[in-house]
Design a binder for this molecule. Structure first.
Ligand code: IMP
Length: 185
């Protein structure tokens, strides 16, 4: 894919671009405005789940019209393409969240195992409220019921990369979300 005036060449390892850079930009702004409206007058504590969230959270917070705190966690639940169901905290928050309105910012919710584990773990730290904002959601892959307050895009059961999402640590820098070719996996 090559658009005149805009450099938008699809990476050779992808079979299609599922969500373009423009679509992401528009939706991220909408989510930021929705969150700003819902949390008007409040301070919100955003928890970015590394590494996948790094582009999403940085774009999201730029458009917020509320006071924010931002911290990060790193957890590991995937080995290559498969969810192991075993979640490990590799990097924890630097600040306490008791009594705070918390929004967890994820790149993608697939089986739901990771976000379910993380939400439960963080609830034991007694936040005032806790919600989830995910850029992508694969509803057909769910293994456990999870409550997602803010969803950027529902997508089909395809392995996607780009805009923070990786396969074996590659493709995170792509400005769009694309489907990886079967032969690459
Ligand atoms: P879950 O526990 O199955 O919901 O998976 C959540 C995590 O798996 C995400 O934070 C991603 O790191 C990873 N993941 C799930 N699906 C994809 C995908 O299609 N591409 C890249 N990473 C994915």
């Amino acid at each position: 894919m090559l658009k005149k005036g805009k450099i938008s060449i699809m990476h050779k390892d992808l079979s299609e671009i599922l969500i373009t850079k423009d679509q992401i930009e528009k939706r991220v702004k909408e989510l930021a405005l929705e969150i700003s409206e819902d949390y008007k007058g409040k301070d919100v504590f955003f928890i970015g789940v590394l590494k996948g969230c790094f582009l999403f959270i940085s774009d999201l917070v730029k458009h917020l019209k509320i006071e924010t705190n931002i911290d990060f966690m790193m957890i590991s639940s995937y080995e290559g393409k498969q969810s192991t169901g075993i979640v490990r905290i590799l990097l924890d928050l630097k600040q306490p969240i008791d009594g705070k309105d918390v929004i967890i910012v994820e790149d993608i919710v697939d089986t739901g195992l990771t976000i379910n584990y993380l939400t439960k773990a963080l609830k034991t730290r007694k936040p005032k409220s806790i919600e989830v904002c995910t850029l992508l959601n694969k509803p057909s892959c769910r293994k456990i019921n999870v409550n997602l307050k803010y969803v950027g895009f529902d997508i089909p059961d395809k392995f996607v990369v780009g805009y923070g999402l990786d396969y074996k640590e590659f493709y995170r820098n792509l400005p769009y979300v694309g489907v990886l070719k079967d032969e690459v996996i």
